[in-house]
Unconditional design. Structure first.
Length: 500
């Protein structure tokens, strides 16, 4: 009997429609080669969706191809040409013929001409392969749509945030599809949503109010009550009509039990809708509180400007406040500023330089102007900005920050990079000679992903409400295309039959 052929592909982007950072095709090569044997070599055995899907294909004795392995840091809408190039590669490979497709997607991709990037890709695949079994892995921050469900066979989502189960999520989807190919199960999906936004600082599955909702979904799947069960917190920094909190249940033939579970999960979320919102405080008070804490490291998480939600990574408000309040023994960064990197490299290690650091990018959607911070210090280190992740998130992948340099001001060592990269692994500092475990303060631009690598070493964590397009204050964003009504914008919203 001929071996099954499986098309494995990745097309991942979390689109912040308020971000001024453009998303061209070049943005999608952050994990290395984007197709073929080189991409396979880069991702095989890694804790990524592609790594998980490849493992399932190999375990099933199937042949597989990888026509597209595209993953970009979150940023503004994907350019039309980039979207079409990626879709064409995936659809073109499937058109050649295969027995199944394993697709590593995000679920929150918005292109210049399409507001449901994943649903449109799946629609195109289904148009040329009406009966093809398709397994899809999605990020916890997916914005679920009917097009995704109608054109897929199995959908699973991350159970964690930080996302330390990317590979496992793909394995869950892939194994269910292999069982279907073997005739063991007949997957049928049910899905739903509640018209509510959940803050990315309040909806991590490791803590309430989301914890026991996700725990219930996990228990139903792990016990065999259903084939798969996934809850999606959604991604609030996107001005699109399908913002919501949602869930997907994959059932074996009969869907009645799955429908009951689905509505229990979503009703629990809706009942807790107020608890899913974040309430911040003045940045000056947050930094002042950090100064009163004993021991270290004290993590200062600048969540208003984090790359993994579409931030520019060059807003200097938190760094400036830390300097104003006189914090010492600080490791900070990375700050995205290719010009300052070039200036430090030209000056050389040991040179004293004065930089107009960061603040190069305006954020018109929030009426924020870029504002550089003048800093003087010594060039301490210059690197190529590459290291392999050893922590629990994306383990085994290579981070490529571009050329990177360290500026030592005496009180603060600042990592400056040519490319944006959120610090979820200690390697962002250790690769350039800084040991964050020995610092009093570690100032990083991150919302939750930093917890994968930095929470284990932290004595204290202080969330810092810095400026930027990833702010957790939803009142700062001017939504023109959102669904209506939507909580919390309509705070007195009561669900009708068509809303639940």
């Amino acid at each position: 009997m001929a071996r099954r052929k499986i098309v494995v592909a990745m097309m991942m982007h979390e689109t912040n429609t308020f971000s001024p950072v453009p998303t061209a095709i070049e943005s999608f090569g952050r994990m290395g080669a984007m197709s073929g044997p080189a991409a396979i070599a880069e991702l095989i055995g890694t804790n990524t969706q592609v790594g998980g899907f490849i493992g399932v294909a190999q375990a099933a004795g199937a042949e597989f191809t990888l026509p597209m392995a595209a993953s970009a840091h979150p940023s503004g809408p994907v350019q039309k040409a980039a979207y079409e190039e990626m879709c064409d590669a995936i659809v073109g490979e499937i058109r050649k013929g295969c027995d199944a497709a394993f697709l590593a997607l995000h679920g929150a991709m918005v292109a210049e001409h399409v507001d449901d990037g994943e649903g449109e890709l799946l629609r195109r695949v289904r148009a040329i392969a009406p009966d093809l079994p398709i397994a899809v892995g999605l990020d916890f921050h997916a914005q679920m749509t009917a097009a995704m469900i109608d054109n897929a066979t199995v959908v699973t989502g991350y159970r964690t945030y930080p996302h330390i189960d990317m590979g496992h999520t793909a394995e869950r989807a892939g194994r269910t599809l292999i069982r279907a190919l073997d005739g063991e199960v007949a997957p049928r999906m049910v899905w739903g949503f509640r018209p509510m936004l959940t803050s990315t600082l309040s909806h991590t599955p490791s803590r309430q109010p989301m914890k026991d909702i996700m725990d219930r979904a996990n228990a139903a799947e792990d016990s065999g009550q259903v084939l798969n069960a996934s809850v999606f917190g959604g991604f609030p920094q996107a001005d699109i009509p399908h913002l919501s909190c949602s869930a997907v249940i994959v059932c074996d033939q009969r869907t009645a039990e799955g429908e009951i579970l689905l509505n229990r999960l979503l009703d629990m979320a809706w009942e807790r809708r107020e608890a899913f919102l974040y309430t911040g405080e003045a940045l000056s008070a947050q930094v002042a509180r950090a100064k009163t804490l004993d021991g270290g490291p004290i993590i200062l998480a600048d969540h208003g400007d984090n790359t993994a939600s579409g931030g520019t990574q060059d807003v200097m408000s938190v760094v400036e406040e830390a300097m104003r309040q006189g914090l010492e023994d600080v490791a900070a960064g990375p700050i995205w500023d290719p010009g300052c990197v070039a200036q430090m490299i030209a000056s050389g290690i040991g040179a004293t330089v004065t930089l107009e650091l960061g603040g190069k990018v305006d954020m018109p959607q929030l009426n924020l102007k870029g504002r550089p911070l003048r800093v003087t210090g010594t060039v301490k280190c210059i690197t190529d900005g590459e290291f392999v992740v050893t922590g629990p998130m994306a383990t085994g992948t290579k981070v490529r920050m571009g050329r990177t340099a360290v500026l030592d001001t005496g009180k603060m060592q600042i990592v400056v990079s040519e490319k944006r990269s959120e610090p979820f692994d200690l390697g962002v500092f250790t690769h350039c000679g800084i040991d964050p475990r020995r610092k009093k303060y570690v100032l990083i631009k991150s919302r939750q992903h930093f917890r994968a690598g930095f929470e284990p070493i932290a004595k204290h964590i202080v969330m810092c409400d810095g400026d930027g397009v990833t702010s957790s204050d939803l009142k700062l964003f001017d939504y023109k295309n959102r669904r209506q009504p939507l909580y919390p914008f309509e705070p007195d919203l009561q669900l009708g039959r068509n809303d639940a």
